[in-house]
Design a protein around this ligand. Structure first.
Ligand SMILES: [Fe+2]
Length: 502
């Protein structure tokens, strides 16, 4: 183990920013506000160069390094990059080795050639995935950090083809101990459901509580600590895509997720001259390397390829209608563009407390079939908008174009109850990954350790659906006869008219 005496103990420093949020009881960090902005942040005053990016010498002899998150030649709005001024350049690391031992349950290829994934037309639902254990390891005392605890549920496309996405869950009970992770395959959307995540990134620290969502752009190294102990949550990984705010159209500027509620880290460094392991996800495969110093040695940075978090409680619901139901685009927090350009690869929808006031309307979700796949999870509370049980920490799946809807009991209640303004989703937060087209599910989720909490789908529940149409046989016969009589009468009148004209 290599140590420099002066830096034997980890040393931390954080920026003092003029325009940032204050710490709260749940979150000790401060943040820069906005969405898609370019930011500058310095943990030590004056380290950012003035009027250029790569001066001959940077203050304190820091190394300048650029991380590009987009092709160098991109439209101006698509340019994503960040300049970092750091103690050592990132290239100062040891040899890479393939590291299946870190985690062999992360899938990044959802093509038919992969025997670890399969198409599944039927509805699936999982009870909460287990906490506190290794998700498949029999030894429940095993120590599992955030990266080791990721398990893939399903996805589409292939990370190697830079197209598609993956849905994962994570369950962890240990801090990442001098271990950092870097996803070269795409951007990760992380949703804690149980326990906060204390995330140190190259660009600063972020505390993430259940009810908040974090985006970690591709190529950013980060490490996760568990301040509340065992933790569980969900991940949506977009291969080579970005989670963007949706267009607002006729909504105007002031609905859904507002730019003013997005939080970016301030520069914060951790000097630690001890061995660190860095795991990279690269082309769907994990590779690791070691280095004798912390990767979090950025003293100042400037750019827009930056992690961001958002408290989903700030989402402004606009679904209060006079009649009928709004389309789910009104629940959209983020959208990821597909290569088709005309449809989304995926949308992240959030269901939070709101008033339902529609009159003369079947208020629950109507029976439907979608091109989209619907993957739903529950962060907290109780969710009733489904024919299957969904508990916090669980997951449900509706396949592309497959029919689904409410139970018969819900239909009966919804078609007969007196309608009044009602508040729904009280103290509840559910979400949906609304994915454009079919996905494949993993063997782990359907047949492996993940299937331990899988409910069987229950097609028998639909046998109770009564075809009430037949209750109206007499009414239909009477109305049909009356209509026939009416036609005959009209025919007689027509015949008489023709005769009179001859
Ligand atoms: Fe649906």
């Amino acid at each position: 183990m290599k140590k420099l005496d002066r830096w034997a103990m980890p040393l931390k420093g954080t920026a003092e920013e003029a325009y940032s949020t204050d710490a709260t009881a749940n979150d000790p960090y401060r943040y820069l506000i906005g969405f898609d902005n370019r930011f500058n942040s310095e943990a030590l005053k004056g380290v950012l160069p003035f009027a250029q990016n790569t001066p001959q010498r940077v203050k304190y002899d820091l190394y300048s390094e650029q991380l590009n998150g987009s092709a160098v030649v991109s439209s101006r709005k698509d340019v994503r990059h960040v300049w970092m001024y750091r103690i050592r350049p990132s290239v100062a690391h040891g040899d890479f080795r393939a590291s299946l031992d870190v985690n062999k349950h992360i899938e990044s290829c959802f093509l038919s050639t992969n025997p670890n994934v399969e198409s599944c037309p039927s509805q699936q639902a999982w009870d909460p995935f287990p906490l506190f254990n290794a998700l498949g390891a029999h030894d429940h005392s095993a120590s599992v950090d955030f990266v080791q605890g990721i398990r893939t549920i399903g996805g589409k496309g292939d990370a190697s083809l830079e197209d598609g996405l993956a849905i994962h869950i994570y369950s962890a009970n240990a801090d990442m101990d001098r271990h950092a992770f870097c996803n070269s395959d795409g951007e990760m959307l992380i949703l804690p459901q149980e326990g906060r995540l204390d995330v140190r990134t190259e660009l600063g620290c972020m505390m993430l509580s259940p009810g908040e969502v974090l985006l970690i752009p591709s190529g950013i190294r980060f490490s996760v600590q568990l301040p509340d102990g065992p933790s569980r949550g969900y991940i949506h990984e977009a291969f080579a895509g970005r989670h963007q705010l949706p267009e607002l159209g006729v909504i105007g500027a002031n609905g859904l997720a507002l730019d003013a509620h997005f939080c970016h880290p301030v520069a914060s460094y951790l000097i630690d001259e001890n061995p660190w392991a860095i795991t990279y996800k690269f082309g769907g495969v994990l590779h690791s390397c070691e280095q004798n110093h912390s990767p979090f040695d950025v003293i100042g940075w400037s750019g827009n390829h930056v992690p961001v978090k958002y408290d989903l409680r700030n989402f402004i619901n606009l679904v209060n209608s006079s009649k009928d139901q709004a389309d789910p685009t009104l629940y959209c927090v983020f959208t990821v563009n597909s290569r088709k350009g005309t449809t989304a690869l995926s949308e992240f929808l959030i269901f939070t407390e709101k008033w339902i006031t529609a009159e003369g309307t079947f208020r629950p979700p109507y029976y439907h079939r979608n091109m989209s796949t619907e993957v739903m999870g529950l962060l907290f509370g109780q969710y009733g908008g489904s024919s299957h049980v969904l508990a916090p920490g669980g997951l449900s799946y509706e396949a592309s174009y497959m029919p689904h809807g409410e139970t018969y009991e819900t239909w009966k209640d919804a078609t007969t109850r007196e309608l009044a303004p009602t508040k729904i989703c009280k103290d509840t937060m559910a979400f949906m990954f609304h994915i454009g087209g079919p996905i494949k599910l993993t063997q782990w989720a359907l047949h492996g350790a993940g299937a331990k909490t899988l409910h069987p789908s229950l097609p028998a529940q639909w046998e109770s659906i009564r075809p009430h149409f037949f209750d109206h046989a007499e009414q239909i016969a009477a109305e049909t006869a009356a209509a026939k009589l009416e036609v005959e009468k009209r025919q007689v009148t027509q015949d008489e008219l023709m005769k009179s004209l001859q």
